[in-house]
Every structure is written in C-alpha cells, then in structure tokens.
Write a protein that binds this ligand. Structure first.
Ligand SMILES: [Zn+2]
Ligand SMILES: [Zn+2]
Length: 260
C-alpha cells in the first residue's frame, strides 16, 4: 500500500477524534522521544567522554545528577498529563478551523508551510517570552519555573514549564501557524517533529557545530545563564531587529577572542 493509501485508510477514514486528537498526541509523544533520546543517551552514558566534555557550553558548572533527574521527572509528568489535555484541545481547534485530513499535501506545500510556521512561532514566542520577563508578577509566578532549575540547560528542560506557560508560552506559538494557515494535519505532525527537535537542541547544553543549522544551543543557553537577551527561537528575528541580543553578541565576541 502506498503512503497516500495508508493515510486515507488510517487518517481520512478513521474517526475524526482519532485523526485530530489522538494522532496529535502520538506525534508529540514520538517527536519528543526522537528529539531527546540522543541527548538522554549522552547524559547517561557519555557525559564524561572527552569530546562531550569539550562541547559542554558551561564546562565548569555541570548539572548535578539529582537535579537532572528532577527535571527529567517533571518533563515526563508534563508529557503524560498536561500534554494529553493540550493535544486534545489543539485537535479540537484544528477540526473547528477545518484543517484538512484529505489527500496528502505536496512536499512543496509542507516546506513552505513549515517555514511560515517558524516565522509565526518565532514572533509569538518572542513577545510572550518578553512579557514573561517584563512582568514581575508573571516571572515570579510562571516563568521562574522554567528558569530556576535551568541556569545550565539540558534537553529535557525544553518541556519543563509551569502549566500556564506550557499552554500559552510554548503551546500557542506552536499551534498558531497551522491554525492560521488551516494546514493539513500531516503537515502539523511533521511540524511537531521540527519543533521538538529545535527546542531540545536549544536546551541541550552542548555546542555541536553539526547541529547549528537547526539551532545554535549557545543562544538559548545564554538566555538561561544570564536571564536576559535572546527571547526568540528559530531565527531570533525580533532579537536582531530590536537589539535584544546585544549583550549576547558582546559576550560571544569576548569568548571567541579568549580562544584565539
Ligand atoms: Zn526566559
Ligand atoms: Zn528555555
């Protein structure tokens, strides 16, 4: 059976709540697994390997093992509880918007859509994230949950949020693009993988040059260690436009000068 045939049988012809809600959650679950597994293997088995140590962004401040498992537990708890509800809710919104579950989209449509999702996500994430830092109340009661345990970033920290932030700060920018564009559900499932891979790399705490084409982990690691700058995600578009990466740029210049 062709891919199209499989999709018609198990997507288009399945009960709508399976295609919109259950598959949304399964996509999130599997994308999170794929995105975090390599870093989980590194943390458990190769943390002290000389190459891994050499790529650590904050080599002097390695995260204690107990703290790592505390974040891991929080991440798993969120994934098995809050994310179920969020995925079902997102699925209902996709159905309400009339996102297609018909014949598969073309590769060009998927690529263009995902590029648009990235721009929308980067913009919404930036402004919500700035608000979470700008408002003392929101920082103290919501965003602190993501920051206080993660001065040093680890991949599983990418879903370690207060429930409100998981829905509005991370969830809304993630689903806004597919909702606005009324995208095909398969495009959304692929986007889920792109999103989880990008955010886990942003939090991985290692500078692997071969991953920089997706995300430079130093950018978000700086935000976590200095509590300022780099509020965006994919392109840090608004950081560049509004100069909220100024301190980071100076910091990087000093770091690179020291290496020479
Ligand atoms: Zn922040
Ligand atoms: Zn973060």
């Amino acid at each position: 059976m062709t891919v199209e045939g499989l999709w018609i049988k198990y997507g288009t012809e399945a009960p709508w709540y399976v295609t919109y809600c259950v598959y949304s959650y399964l996509a999130l679950l599997s994308a999170t697994f794929v995105a975090n597994l390599p870093f989980l293997i590194i943390e458990v088995f190769f943390k002290n390997h000389p190459y891994i140590v050499s790529r650590q962004i904050n080599p002097k401040k390695s995260m204690p093992t107990e703290k790592y498992w505390k974040i891991f537990k929080g991440f798993m708890r969120g994934l098995l509880t809050h994310s179920v509800g969020s995925s079902v809710f997102a699925g209902l919104l996709f159905r309400w918007r009339g996102c297609s579950i018909g014949p598969l989209p073309s590769i060009l449509e998927v690529v263009v859509s995902i590029f648009c999702f990235m721009l929308i996500e980067d913009t919404l994430f930036y402004w919500i994230h700035r608000l979470l830092h700008w408002s003392e109340f929101l920082y103290k009661h919501v965003h602190i949950h993501h920051h206080e345990e993660l001065q040093n970033t680890v991949s599983v920290g990418h879903q370690y949020f207060h429930a409100i932030e998981l829905s509005l700060g991370a969830g809304l920018p993630f689903i806004a693009g597919p909702l606005l564009l009324k995208s095909h559900m398969v495009t959304f499932f692929i986007w889920t993988f792109v999103m989880m891979i990008e955010s886990s790399i942003a939090h991985c705490g290692y500078d692997f040059p071969f991953l920089n084409f997706i995300q430079d982990a130093r950018v978000h690691a700086y935000h976590h260690s200095h509590y300022m700058d780099n509020y965006g995600s994919y392109f840090n578009l608004w950081d560049k436009l509004l100069g909220t990466n100024k301190n980071f740029k100076q910091y990087e210049q000093r770091r690179l000068a020291k290496q020479k």
